[in-house]
Write a protein that binds this ligand. Sequence first.
Ligand SMILES: NC(=O)c1ccc[n+]([C@@H]2O[C@H](COP(=O)([O-])OP(=O)(O)OC[C@H]3O[C@@H](n4cnc5c(N)ncnc54)[C@H](O)[C@@H]3O)[C@@H](O)[C@H]2O)c1
Length: 331
Amino acid sequence: MINIGWIGCGRHARQMLLPQLGRNGIRIAALCDRDPEMLSRTAAEYGVAALHSDFRDLIATPGLDAIGMAVGPELHRAATIAALEKGLPVFMEKPPAATAEGAREVAAAAEKAGKPVIVGFMKRYSTGNRIAKNVLDDGSFGPVLGITGAYMTAPTYFEGEPDYTGFYLHHCVHYMDLIPWFAGGDFGDMTVRSISPAPGRLLLHLNFTTGAGVIGNVVMGTVQSRGTPMEEIRIMGDHARIHVDNIIDVALYRDPPFKAEDPGATLDPACDTLSWRPNFTAAANEDHKGYAALLADAAAVLRGGARPVPDIGDGVRAMERLERMVAQIGI
Ligand SMILES: NC(=O)c1ccc[n+]([C@@H]2O[C@H](COP(=O)([O-])OP(=O)(O)OC[C@H]3O[C@@H](n4cnc5c(N)ncnc54)[C@H](O)[C@@H]3O)[C@@H](O)[C@H]2O)c1
């Protein structure tokens, strides 16, 4: 077991992240939240005695091996830099900072400390997205030609907001990481179009190229109910196409013959469509959203191992793409 000091006992940490730590060999040794109610409830759930309202006091707790956090953009930057200055590796939720410049400061601090900073881009670990990426990487799909991705959310959090900072930082940042990850390269040219039918309601289309010539379109917005499927990925190759719907429905289309005039028509594993969807009745890890898989890798890295986790370099690039996108929206 290693000892972690955790900052932020809010909804996301308590529901999705903290339950993953013990099963991955991490003991919660100290907790921090400025809300005494959230702090004491979480402390009771995990039997933690070292409690702090200030993140600096938490980081100073003797005997810690790592720091974890799910708080918010500016505190992610400040607390991660403070942890690195103490020589501690960090897992942080996204976004890594409120600005790309802030993320670059974290990257510089990580470089100086020689310690890893893992950023919670769990979309890479969502089961359907992982299957799609592994198919792309195994060589049979051929070059990616185009990608369309849609990431929608509801106006709930943004109702009446004159700016969409929260939407950009907490939501759009996911696809500023995921789509270039699928494309295998950074955005080159980028054009953004947007409409806003009412305050808090925004729909934007971002089209892009990459250095390798991939073309694509990312659709994001706050104009759908969160009670509906929110995500959709389409990856186009030459006579090959992967669909990932709502991260759990995967289909790989290839180059099958017509069937209607073939009396012997059958399903050929070499060319007909392959599909996957999870069995939610399995009494096993069913976190297809990716938090469990991300935190298993993060725990290994915090213990000194090597895993291909999204890190602060990925965080910097996602924030830089986000700022390029926002600069074109102009709302
Ligand atoms: N990857 C995902 O799917 C996902 C989902 C939800 C949230 N998140 C991220 O997790 C972070 C937290 O989100 P949430 O929904 O849990 O928010 P939240 O508001 O429920 O929780 C944040 C907690 O941090 C505490 N806090 C705030 N400022 C503090 C400070 N200065 N010192 C100590 N404690 C402080 C608050 O009291 C609160 O308990 C955000 O960055 C969000 O983007 C990620």
